[in-house]
Each structure stands twice: as structure tokens, then as C-alpha cells.
Design a protein around this ligand. Structure first.
Ligand code: ADP
Length: 241
């Protein structure tokens, strides 16, 4: 789904966390939000999700204006740094959860849910672990299950908040390559927050560089490096051209 943000602002009391900010995320695009701590990345993600409301501006999911629509009525999938899996449920039950809590008229039949869960476990290559509990999995496996759960409801956009932040360097690298492949196969639209340049540059179709609640630049990784549009981006990327 194509997502459009038009002139979004957000303040917390006197503090302006997002200045008027406009951005379009194209259907099937993987967009990385990169920037120093406190630059507004998580706030922007939460506003796209509907977990936080903007003070002004408009958000469109396709043609639908969702600016004042609550998170439960937007079709978004989440992946968080800490996995947020349900400890008392098996892997398969975790993946099924989003489907089982769908409004009755949209909810698939139990047989369809089972089928979809099995498909997703195959997609994330963990179909042999459906009966295990989260505590029996490695960090990388947990995050793959979190991704399967997020995709189960076929969200219009997938939002990932530092998805690999809790993993060690080798697993991060493997999971990055794996996520990029999966993204290309399934063509879902996604935005992920990171403060890791390698992650942003390796994974994104386009990178948004944020600073002080503003967008400094939106470009493909190659163009960002070749032509940083501001001193900030130049310094931030440590560009030596
Ligand atoms: P980032 O994700 O880039 O680290 P955030 O979006 O978390 O940045 O935060 C941007 C700014 O907004 C920070 O200065 C943060 O302290 C402030 N902020 C975020 N959420 C709140 C809140 N609920 N109340 C007050 N200030 C907040």
C-alpha cells in the first residue's frame, strides 16, 4: 500500500518533536529511518501506526485518510526490538494470534488460520518449531517468529522499530540479508527505524535521514552517499569524499 504523510507535526508540551514533515512510501518499498537518538524516528513510526496522533497534517493509506483512525482500525504489522512474543503460547499460537483477534466478519475460519500459520512458518523457515515456546528459541528465531506474526494479518504496512537491536553482529547480518530477500519475494511495504548506518544502507530502497524532527534527505543508499544534500548528512555518514 502506498503511504503518504502530508505536513505532519507533533509536539509534546512545548517541545516540537516533528516539524512539518511530508513523505511518501511507495507500494512495495522498504524505507529506512536513520538519524541520531532523539531525532524523531520512533515518534514518526508511532504516528504512521496510529499509536500516537499528530497535531496537524494528514496521513493516507492508499486513498484512505487514516489521520484520526485508531491503531486497531489501521492495518499495520509491528516488529519490535524485544520481540514481544507471548511467552505462554507456542510459536504457532503466537503467529495465529493476530488472526484470531480480527473482527468476526474478517476473521478467517480455524482451518484457514491453521493453513496460513503453516505457510508463514515455512516462509520464515521455522516450520519445524511450531510447537515450541518462545523461551526455547534463539534471538534470531524469535525475531523471525515476530515477523511471521506481523505478516499474518496481511498488513498494509509493516513497521519495524530497531528490529535487530537486541541481536549480536553475526545474527544481525544474517537476518538483514534474510529480511531483504523475504521483502523482495513478498513485496510488502515497510518502514524500519535504525541508528545503524550499515543496516539502513544495506536494507533500504530509500533512506530517510532525520535530525531534530525534520527530514534532512530522502534518497537511495547510493545517492545518499554520492550526494549528501546537507552538511548534517555529510557529517552523519562520515563521508570522506
Ligand atoms: P528517536 O527515535 O529518533 O530516538 P524519538 O522519536 O523517540 O527519537 O524522540 C524524539 C524527541 O521527542 C526526543 O527528544 C524525545 O525525548 C521526545 N519525546 C518522544 N516521546 C515523548 C513523550 N511521550 N513525551 C515527551 N517527549 C517525548
Amino acid at each position: 500500500m502506498r503511504i503518504q504523510l502530508n505536513n505532519i507535526t507533533k509536539h509534546f508540551g512545548q517541545f516540537q518533536a516533528l516539524s512539518p514533515l511530508s513523505l511518501t512510501i511507495e507500494q512495495g518499498e522498504m524505507m529506512g529511518l536513520l538519524g541520531p537518538s532523539g531525532s524523531g524516528k520512533t515518534t514518526l513510526l508511532r504516528i504512521i501506526a496510529g499509536l500516537e496522533s499528530s497535531n496537524s497534517g494528514q496521513i493516507l493509506f492508499g486513498d484512505r485518510d487514516v489521520t484520526r483512525v485508531h491503531v486497531r482500525d489501521r492495518r499495520v504489522g509491528f516488529v519490535f526490538q524485544n520481540y514481544a512474543l507471548f511467552k505462554h503460547m507456542t510459536v504457532a499460537e503466537n503467529v495465529a494470534f493476530g488472526l484470531q483477534v480480527m473482527p468476526r466478519r474478517e476473521r478467517p475460519s480455524p482451518a484457514t488460520i491453521t493453513q496460513r500459520v503453516n505457510q508463514l512458518l515455512e516462509v520464515v523457515q521455522l516450520d519445524h518449531l511450531g510447537k515450541r515456546y518462545p523461551e526455547q528459541l534463539s534471538g534470531g528465531q524469535k525475531q523471525r517468529i515476530a515477523l511471521a506474526r506481523a505478516l499474518a494479518t496481511q498488513p498494509e504496512i509493516l513497521l519495524l522499530d530497531e528490529p535487530f537491536g537486541a541481536l549480536d553482529a553475526q545474527v544481525r547480518k544474517e537476518l538483514r540479508q534474510w529480511l531483504r530477500r523475504l521483502h523482495d519475494e513478498m513485496a510488502f511495504t515497510s518502514v524500519f527505524v535504525t541508528h545503524d548506518q550499515d543496516e539502513a544502507l544495506e536494507l533500504s530502497d530509500r533512506v530517510v535521514v532525520m535530525s531534530n524532527g525534520q527530514i534532512e534527505q530522502v534518497d537511495s543508499p547510493v545517492d545518499l552517499y554520492a550526494a549528501p544534500k546537507s552538511r548534517f548528512v555529510f557529517d552523519f555518514l562520515g563521508n570522506v569524499n
